[in-house]
Design a protein around this ligand. Sequence first.
Ligand SMILES: Cc1cc2nc3c(=O)[nH]c(=O)nc-3n(C[C@H](O)[C@H](O)[C@H](O)COP(=O)(O)OP(=O)(O)OC[C@H]3O[C@@H](n4cnc5c(N)ncnc54)[C@H](O)[C@@H]3O)c2cc1C
Length: 306
Amino acid sequence: MENIFDVIIIGGGPAGLTAGIYSSRAKLSTVILNEGSFGGQVVMTNEVANYPGVELTNGYMLANTMKKQAKDFGCKLKSNVNITKYDIKGDIKTVELDDGRVFQGKSVIFATGGRPRYLNAPGEEEYKGSGVSYCATCDGDFFTDKEIIVVGGGNSALEEAVSLTNYASKVTIVHQFDHFQAFPSVIEETKSNPKINFIMESKITELKGEDSLKKVNIEHLPSGKNTEINIDGVFVFIGYVPNTTNLDGIINLNENKEIIVDNEMQTSIPGVFAAGDSTAKRFRQITTAVADGTIAALSAAEYLRN
Ligand SMILES: Cc1cc2nc3c(=O)[nH]c(=O)nc-3n(C[C@H](O)[C@H](O)[C@H](O)COP(=O)(O)OP(=O)(O)OC[C@H]3O[C@@H](n4cnc5c(N)ncnc54)[C@H](O)[C@@H]3O)c2cc1C
């Protein structure tokens, strides 16, 4: 049995790391359990230009600084965990890992974020890592002087398309609607980039190749007309799915499987809070995740005092 902590945080992205900074700074013994390495979705973005007080940084640097801050305040960080069981209804909450480790806490904060939504088209699974990517920062360099497609029409898709022009010779944005859902300034920047082309009202219906991706079929949705295009890479930015599969039946989720919280980030179970992209809310940004993490940690501290 590991220590009994005041606060167990599940997830080490911006929301979880911020919760860790606040609760360990308040001298609450805190552990963050993270699947894989720390940082969350932020590490997938090359350029973060909208985090207040930091003029321009990359996602990895920002997340790494948050991690260092949490650690410096005494927060324990455990990476590459695989949680197999939650027993969180009582006053002492228990989290079990697949390697037999058991963590107990007086409060829990879920900050499990989300993962990219997949195209679910034939060939996508086969060419993941050999032509299909969900991370411009991680894979952009592999497509230097190559022609690629970016799928999506929101802020992430357009911003990542612009950043991918640093590598690719040509970027074609394929979007299902006739308009984009991004901020006007982002749309303007994308449209004025000479390396970027647009295929609107269309979707990828199949990905094909040999050892790596070579072609995609694109369907023009209003007409149903299909076109085959030669392409070296496809980057997919079409939204997210909350990481809450193992929470179904444990805490209240909405119909989108997002964690339902009140203004204090309290879930349906006393002493259990949630923060960031995994919660039910309209906007998902680093700033909103860190704000939620702050509130969740302060609420957990208040719960422990009472
Ligand atoms: C490509 C891209 C670009 C973006 N660019 C920007 C930008 O420029 N500016 C901006 O403000 N926002 C941007 N965002 C959004 C921003 O990254 C997210 O809103 C933010 O990371 C959410 O933080 P979070 O901590 O809630 O979740 P996440 O960042 O998703 O972190 C969740 C963490 O929990 C871990 N986890 C999940 N399940 C479990 C489990 N069962 N057990 C243990 N750990 C678990 C994950 O491994 C992960 O480390 C971008 C997102 C993407 C995908």
